[in-house]
Design a protein around this ligand. Sequence first.
Ligand code: ME8
Length: 693
Amino acid sequence: MSTFYITTPIYYVNDVPHLGHAYTTIVCDALARFHRMRGDDTRFLTGTDEHGQKVEEAATKRGLTPTQLVDQVAPRFDEMWQQLGLEGYRFIRTTSERHKAVVKTLWERIRKYNPEQLYLASYQGWYCVGCEAFYTESQLEKQGDQWCCTTHKRPVAWIDKERSWFFKLTDYAQPLLDHIEANPDFIRPDAYRKEIVSFLQGGLKDLSVSRTSFSWGIPVPEADPEGGKHVIYVWMDALTNYLADLCPDDGQITGPDVERYWPSALHVIGKDILRFHTVYWPAFLLAAKLPLPKGIFAHGWWTVRGDKISKSIPATRIEPLALSEALGAGSTLGRAIGIDAMRYYLLREAPLGNDGDFTFESLFGRFNAELANDLGNLINRSLTLVTKFADQVKPTRDDTLISQNSETPHFQIEIAAAEACRAAAQQFEAIHPSRALEAIWRFIGVANRYIDQTQPWTMAKANDPALPHVLWTLQASLWLIARLVAPVLPTTAQTIRSWVGDTTPLAWPIPTESRVLDQAPANLVASTPSPIFPRLDDKAQAAIVAKVLPDVAVVAAAPSATPDAGKPAPKPKADKAAKTEDGPLAPITFPEFQKLELRVGKVVKAAAVPKAKKLLHLHVDLGEPEPRSIVAGIAEAYAPEALVGKQVIVVANLVPATIRDIPSNGMILAAGDATILGLSALDADVPPGTRVR
Ligand code: ME8
């Protein structure tokens, strides 16, 4: 039995998960499911990255301690993976004792094998808190007079001579180049291998691996003679998770799970964190005399209208549960089917490694063409035919029909089935799920054509003796398709299996020569299906858009004709805007605007409202004799103490109200919802009461 160990990046807990995080995790889940079906001893790890400046700052911003923040947000990731039905994953948190112990061991091993690999000096240079990374100016871009990070498009911070431990990364350029040359699959896809090779050929600089300007991290396990209090650089800490989950509780990097799984480790990551995984991580491992993982596979980014889906751009924040809920709304199987549809779209639309632009038109195009039409109709037609004739005809395989003539549809579908099993397995193994799906859909196309060619309803009228074989083939094809789609569409697979009465263990079928359908159990019993992927009409599409991205103005119209599988989805009809509450409103005149009395306020007091999770009771100075009492629904995003002293903009002439027995005389302007909420900000200290025009 082979082993297969697959990991996702561990995600920062400065915010809750979005579709980008779900993407990597779903890719790994699909690959893990495939390997389990192949009988491999499979381990699948994900988790959360909880230390570092970024998380510390996010906590401060919300008026929380880092521990409070990470304990609040880390479970949201685990819960999301459970709600998305991810199978058999392990979840690691970098604040766990075992992880911390393993990081300490890694540091000590690096020191032990060559003490000079870690030395004290001082760091000066640019730092992007978003990436938690040090940059030279050549790696940044200039916006106005500020250096900005190319990923976050935000100004980087200058670190001025911070005392730091350095890792002698310089020594590892050549060993890494040698390893990459000897193991061409170490970095995939090939474009990323080439990028890293040229980066290494340019030479490396030693890397600062500790920070002293904040404390939220794992302490360096040895004293600084000058008394500096160092925490280990968050990337050295985070990368170690992949090993830590295999180690025993005492933190030693050894033991049965390390030996069993580490040699097969495959890190699936986004292209944003390629350098950390393919340069720093293997260099730390080489320095600690530990074996390297088997490989790193980097995928591209999902964007929405060209912007990377990210925490910082609210208009791109697609919430995976909302998306799957909305997609499954028309099916009797509900969200579970919506999850399958989302998985299918993510894995099919963009070949792994490439970027993908999320558009509703392509999502709805694929849903209607490939799930509702190709797959849904095949299931429906096949089962309806088999059950319709069940009283007169027992589906029975007839080998003679296959061997007689290689031109017959009976022969062709046998060949196509075996080919689909082989090709899909090969593509899943090579980490090309989109190509695996293409191969499976080719077979679905053949199976649909088989019905058109054989016309079982005509055969029945003519009492054709080949009818039992045709019905058997339809049933066996569904048995096979359930298995082939199972890694990507687990609920669909389970549903098909129950409809054909397949109770045998879910294993990946291995063809013998050019036959595989003959492995279908003899005792399958078909039952009547219900529509698994009902087509999304105009109304359903508009409802999905409104639920998922109310801010997106340009929305797909229903494709007027169903596109064929593989062909690009149709273009949307021009600018058909979703009419949602948040959509554009009718224009107003200037006098109408002037009726709004917007004023600058300063929060002087803030307190929770008893038994109201979302509400805070604020006292806001508007330059009037007494501060105003205002009740605001911002408690999920702000701790009361974080608000005192903040400038806000208040709608001062809102009709007074009483909320939970508290007078509320005005409204605070804010953008977003509980997960990311910003109060309207002023970039200068303006006296309370000043009118905003
Ligand atoms: O980088 N498209 O965490 P993170 C595709 N903690 N994938 C996306 C994506 C998008 N728009 N946005 C995010 C970190 N991802 C570190 C990792 S590992 C030792 C430490 C996915 O929360 C993608 O896998 O910023 C990316 O690499 C990861 O989320 C970044 O997550």
